[in-house]
Design a binder for this molecule. Structure first.
Ligand SMILES: [Mg+2]
Length: 227
């Protein structure tokens, strides 16, 4: 049977934190304020992601140990219904994937915790002593519409019967034309644009299993114009 894919954003969706903001916080209030502003503008859709991606990392230059620390924070601040929701979705034939503009090594512990095997995110490269070297400039999610590119590649590879994206930000909602349903998530960050533009909008991950029922998708299709 073809899989049904449910793609999750990570920051402010599977976990309450924004990894990049937590990294910036380690550099003091000035860097934090700058990075937070850039992140917010990107998530609200005001500026293109690739414009700020390199700039944020050059400001922070995270050490390998600091990325590990962010990994612990993701798990500590996990969305309280995430674990239960994922086991219910799996039981109903959904395969979860993380599609994130965050950093792959920091997200792995949360993915492992949730039993999610596939993480599409941005690699960070370190020198041998653990200091920052570079980021994966060819990782799609470091660019605008990168989540669309990842979803297109997943669909070409896995031929899913259905694809759903769940997330809080503009880059998540951008995937709408490429998925069967985009579910906006407002537990940690409530964005008016996402709330009004999403196919569905939820405040707890626990609302997902009852939403992602075959009848719901049948309804979507019967509601669309036939000519
Ligand atoms: Mg997010």
């Amino acid at each position: 049977m073809p899989p049904q894919l449910v793609c999750f954003d990570c920051d402010s969706t599977l976990s309450a934190i924004e990894g990049i903001d937590e990294l910036a916080r380690l550099r003091g209030p000035d860097v934090f304020a700058q990075v937070e502003r850039m992140t917010r503008e990107a998530m609200d859709g005001g500026i293109a992601l690739e414009e700020i991606f390199a700039r944020r990392l050059e400001l922070i230059r995270p050490h390998q140990d600091e990325l590990r620390h962010i990994g612990e924070l993701y798990v500590r601040h996990i969305e309280p219904e995430a674990t239960d929701t994922l086991s219910r979705l799996r039981a109903e034939g959904w395969t979860p994937v993380i599609v994130s503009g965050g950093f792959r090594q920091a997200i792995f512990p949360l993915a492992r915790h949730l039993g999610i095997e596939r993480v599409e995110a941005v690699d960070i490269f370190f020198h041998d002593d653990g200091t920052y070297h570079n980021f994966g400039r060819d990782c799609p999610t470091a660019r605008a519409r990168g989540k669309n590119a990842v979803i297109a590649a997943l669909k070409a590879e896995l031929h899913p019967a259905r694809t759903v994206m769940v997330g809080d930000g503009a880059s998540d909602m951008e995937t709408s034309p490429d998925v069967d349903l985009f579910v906006g998530f407002g537990r940690y960050a409530m964005r008016e644009k996402v709330k009004t533009g999403a196919g569905a909008f939820i405040l707890r991950l626990g609302e997902l299993p009852s939403l992602l029922q075959p009848a719901y998708f049948a309804g979507i299709h019967s509601a669309s114009p036939t000519h």
